[in-house]
Design a protein around this ligand. Structure first.
Ligand SMILES: [Zn+2]
Length: 441
């Protein structure tokens, strides 16, 4: 039996028709956003076109009658366990806005990150990554899919409702932030600034699925100490002053990591219905100083992924970090040199996961809106982290992701979003707004 929400009311049919009729404006807006270089940078590097892009969005939100707030957060400084030490926002403002409803309805947050990953190696692109180009029904450009297409759709949904004179009961809260691709610091700053609503939609490229969960991550580095000595001279035992090869000791660590991964993957208590099991992947290794010298040190960086259910009472993944550290230390302690020269660990900022219950009413509302447009999605999750977790965890705003394009087209050479996805997503967001916030009159 077809759910009544899977069909469109007369007003909803008008909304969909208006999106289709003005599709060129929507495509133009995506192109304007792609043309502004907001590729992610490391803390300390100069700002790119973040202010210009947020200014463009702000002007259009003001034209809708929204109250807007464009600000550069204060740097959080060293010691914040959730933000890089050198994090700054100079020339890289965050944008919040509120479009007031008539009253009596539920509020909805619309969130997107304006940063995109590097376009390098640029010469491998088929067209300029900062000039949107449509080929075979796909709009190409860096950030087209992740997630300027989704941001444009959300704005266009609001503009479409305005065009038709639709008055929402609840407020729409807008938030476009920076730094999602590196640390989530932009969303954290927005949550601390007071951005919140009854529930939220984040426009990650879910392909019309609704993501209710993601894993968290942290990238610790451990350093193994060795003892330098001439590589071409026979060395006595280390207890007699001989050299110790730090690179060779790495084997002990890698074997411990392999065992932890295997245990985590096979542990039924560490399963999640929508994301993969916790994981531990060695990603960067550095070691040695000179080609004829025993290496004095070797370091290994990991990508540790953990589940929403593993967040501790302090809102961090520290219990997981302790388990990793203790198990690797236990393996290392079997080696006499490492027992006397313990591994040194550095744990940088912790990117904390979150989840929204799959029976949250926004999940059903969003899926029904997609289905009504012929874009039937499923409940899912993202193995990687995304901003929805920040608003869920730190702003009391259960936030799910729902957007055009597939995560498979994110971060790639020739990134693209299907044009039909843009149109359907803009229409679906407009439907969610009317069904969630309520319509007056
Ligand atoms: Zn993204």
């Amino acid at each position: 039996m077809e759910s009544p929400l899977a069909t469109l009311s007369a007003l909803e049919e008008q909304i969909v028709a208006a999106v289709v009729e003005h599709r060129d404006e929507l495509i133009g807006l995506v192109g304007d956003l792609v043309a502004l270089d907001t590729t992610a940078r490391n803390p300390g590097e100069p700002a790119r076109d973040e202010a210009a892009l947020q200014g463009l969005l702000q002007a259009r939100l003001l034209a809708l009658g929204a109250e807007t707030d464009l600000w550069e957060p204060e740097p959080t400084g060293r010691g914040n366990p959730f933000v890089p030490d050198e994090q700054d926002y100079v020339g890289r403002p965050q944008l919040a806005a509120r479009l007031r409803g008539v009253g009596g309805g539920r509020n909805l947050l619309l969130n997107g990150h304006i940063d995109a990953v590097s376009a390098e190696p640029r010469e491998q692109w088929s067209s300029d990554p900062f000039t949107a180009e449509i080929r075979d029904g796909r709009l190409y450009g860096r950030g087209a899919c992740d997630m300027k297409g989704g941001i444009a759709d959300m704005l266009f949904a609001l503009e479409t409702l305005q065009r038709l004179g639709v008055r929402l009961a609840g407020d729409v809260v807008w938030c476009t932030d920076t730094d999602e691709e590196q640390s989530g610091a932009g969303a954290i700053a927005c949550a601390e600034h007071g951005v919140r609503a009854d529930a939220g939609l984040c426009a990650e490229p879910t392909g019309f699925d609704v993501w209710v969960a993601c894993r968290g991550c942290v990238n610790p580095t451990l350093t193994i100490e060795g003892r330098p000595g001439h590589a071409e001279c026979v060395q006595p035992d280390w207890r007699a002053g001989g050299a110790v090869n730090a690179i060779e000791k790495l084997r002990i660590v890698l074997e411990a990591v392999r065992d932890i991964r295997a245990d985590w993957r096979s542990d039924p208590a560490r399963r999640h219905p929508y994301v993969g099991p916790p994981d531990l992947v060695p990603t960067v290794v550095r070691g040695g100083e000179w080609m004829v010298t025993y290496p004095a040190s070797c370091s290994l960086t990991f990508d540790v992924q953990y589940l929403p259910g593993q967040v501790d009472a302090n809102g961090s993944g520290r219990a997981v970090f302790r388990e990793v550290e203790e198990r690797v230390a236990a393996a290392a302690s079997l080696d006499p040199w490492l027992r006397e020269h313990p591994l040194r660990w550095e744990w940088p900022w912790d990117i904390v996961p979150a989840e929204v219950s799959d029976d949250h009413p926004l999940v059903a509302t969003t899926l029904a809106a997609g289905a009504a447009l012929g874009r039937t999605g499923r409940i899912g999750g993202l193995d990687s982290w995304h901003d929805a977790a920040v608003f869920t965890l730190r702003a009391g705003t259960p936030t799910v992701s729902f957007g055009p394009g597939s995560i498979a087209q994110a971060h790639i050479i020739d990134e693209y979003v299907p044009v039909q996805d843009l149109i359907d997503h803009a229409a679906a967001v407009a439907l969610v707004l009317t069904r969630w916030c309520g319509v007056v009159g």
